[in-house]
Design a protein around this ligand. Structure first.
Ligand SMILES: NC(=O)c1ccc[n+]([C@@H]2O[C@H](COP(=O)([O-])OP(=O)(O)OC[C@H]3O[C@@H](n4cnc5c(N)ncnc54)[C@H](OP(=O)(O)O)[C@@H]3O)[C@@H](O)[C@H]2O)c1
Length: 487
């Protein structure tokens, strides 16, 4: 293998899609902080009345760029914003930007996607499949492309229980799906094997990429569930309520009290900063693999980026560590003491939802109405329950992953590269990481400062006794009802 990872980009230009998202923000930050390059070009669309320039300026002023601001104060001079939208033909690029990209880009990280599990098939196809195809077409025109890393997901082939680092056939191609949607026909039957449109379109996108095998120096990285950062640029950084982060938030504020989940199954979570390092490592490997400039007969390599092979953790342990984090730093603005019943049985979950969500929710809403306020708790519960239902496949199943390519890459790194771009899982400290996750959710999603911890602990001691009192009263009522009707 040639050269260190930090030197890989040299005086080159990196093109990133999805830089305004969870993964893309930290990838951009890490590249700017730990690597040298001439330019980082970011594909950004206008959104909610903000143009691409304004959006990137706002992001760069956020706290996760604080460390970069200190270490590389002139980092903004490296950024070039490219106005564009994956869904538009030719990415909606101006002729000037299009020509600039073709002339200058050397490395592409494609992170952009819609990750909504309940996205319509049409939109998921437009962004994940057509968007990727538009970018691939552009990449084939780039004059000096050295490497292209496509971000997929470890669950793209979720109907299978064992996932190797290989392409898997799907009974419909990306092209056929696009034609079906164009003709406004019913969704294909095979979609029923997937639990959502997100992973389904990701699977078809991978197969679309396989058709570019002789045309581009390309690799695919499949991360499992990406959690908060472990240490960089700061521990516990997270910026959205999607998936696991939303569950931890709803649990620790005492709202989520039951959920369909198999506690005995293995969970697979990878820290965000580790994932970013793995993406950069894969770019290094890809460039080296194609260093002779010959893309012929080089099948795109797939890297499963998962934690369960080297450091597996069962969900019951994961939950126990969330509780331990919560006992130390509960949020002040919580509704109730943290307590949740997990079961894989759908019927039990439905009954428990009625008792533990709807009845208390209706009572609190009633108290709002009496005080002349707008009721909102039942609405929030509906949202939480819909979101956790969407996660059902990921909370009740487990997968066996092979990650040989990723491990091979990891073992080929120099000590220096490992230190700067750590993504290995040997001796991973889950307890510490999950505690840091609870802290990160508290700080970044619930917007609570550490200074309120003494007050929060005191509040939760009271909530604990109130919680016990409620359990005692419920047990009394059950006995009373039993005594009245059965004797
Ligand atoms: N998060 C996870 O747990 C996880 C796990 C495995 C794999 N992944 C993969 O990681 C990648 C990033 O996910 P994420 O969690 O960072 O998602 P995210 O926070 O929702 O970010 C998605 C990014 O894609 C951009 N995007 C979406 N549609 C676009 C369009 N039409 N044109 C241009 N940009 C568009 C978004 O831009 P806007 O800001 O303009 O919307 C945003 O920057 C995805 O490929 C996903 O499949 C994520």
């Amino acid at each position: 293998m040639e050269g260190s990872i930090a030197e890989l980009f040299g005086n080159g230009t990196i093109f990133i899609t999805g830089s305004t998202g969870f993964l893309g923000k930290i990838l951009t930050e890490k590249l700017l902080r730990s690597c040298s390059m001439k330019t980082i070009a970011l594909l950004v669309r206008s959104k909610k009345g903000f143009d691409s320039n304004q959006r990137i300026t706002d992001i760069c002023n956020q706290s996760m760029f604080d460390r970069l601001r200190i270490e590389k104060p002139d980092f903004m001079t490296k950024i070039k914003i490219i106005d564009g939208d994956l869904e538009q033909p030719s990415l909606g690029l101006s002729t000037e930007d299009h020509d600039w990209l073709i002339e200058n880009v050397n490395f592409v990280f494609h992170c952009a996607a819609t990750v909504k599990f309940n996205e319509t098939l049409e939109i998921a196809t437009r962004i994940n499949i057509q968007g990727t195809e538009n970018l691939l077409e552009l990449a084939t025109q780039i004059n000096h492309l050295k490497g292209y890393v496509h971000v997929s997901t470890a669950y793209s082939h979720s109907p299978r229980s064992e996932i190797k680092e290989q392409f898997y056939p799907v009974s419909i191609s990306a092209e056929e799906l696009k034609n079906l949607i164009k003709r406004d026909e019913n969704p294909p039957k095979v979609l029923e094997d997937w639990s959502n449109t997100y992973t389904f379109t990701k699977a078809l996108t991978e197969n679309l990429i396989s058709t570019y095998e002789n045309k581009l120096p390309i690799s695919i990285v499949r991360p499992s569930i990406i959690g908060c950062t472990k240490s960089e640029p700061e521990p516990g950084w997270v910026d959205n309520m999607n998936g696991l982060s939303g569950v931890i938030a709803a649990l620790t504020i005492g709202m989520l009290r039951t959920m369909q989940l198999s506690t005995d199954k293995i969970s697979d979570v990878v820290p965000l900063d580790y994932t970013v390092n793995a993406l950069i490592g894969v770019m290094w490997d890809t460039v080296n693999r194609h260093r002779d400039g010959n893309n012929k007969n080089k099948e795109p390599k797939i890297y499963n980026y998962v934690s369960s092979v080297e450091s597996s953790i069962r969900r019951e342990k994961f939950i126990q560590y969330i509780y331990e984090g919560y006992y130390q730093i509960p949020p002040l603005e919580s509704m109730w003491y943290m307590f949740c019943i997990f079961t894989a049985n759908r019927w039990i979950v439905n009954i428990l939802r009625f008792i533990l969500h709807r009845i208390p929710g209706a009572l609190v809403d009633l108290s709002f109405v009496i005080r002349g306020k707008k009721p909102k708790i039942l609405k929030i519960y509906k949202k939480i329950e819909n979101s956790t239902d969407l996660l059902k496949d990921f909370t009740t199943r487990e997968w066996k992953f092979d990650n040989s390519n990723t491990r091979e890459l990891w073992s080929s790194l120099s000590q220096e590269d490992r230190k700067t771009f750590w993504f290995g899982f040997e001796e991973f400290d889950w307890k510490e990481y999950i505690k840091c996750y609870v802290y990160g959710v508290r700080k970044h999603l619930l917007h609570e400062d550490l200074s309120n911890i003494p007050r929060a602990l005191s509040k939760h001691r009271k909530l604990y006794w109130l919680h016990l009192l409620c359990i005692f009263l419920i047990v009394c009522i059950v006995f009373l009802v039993y005594w009245m009707f059965m004797t």
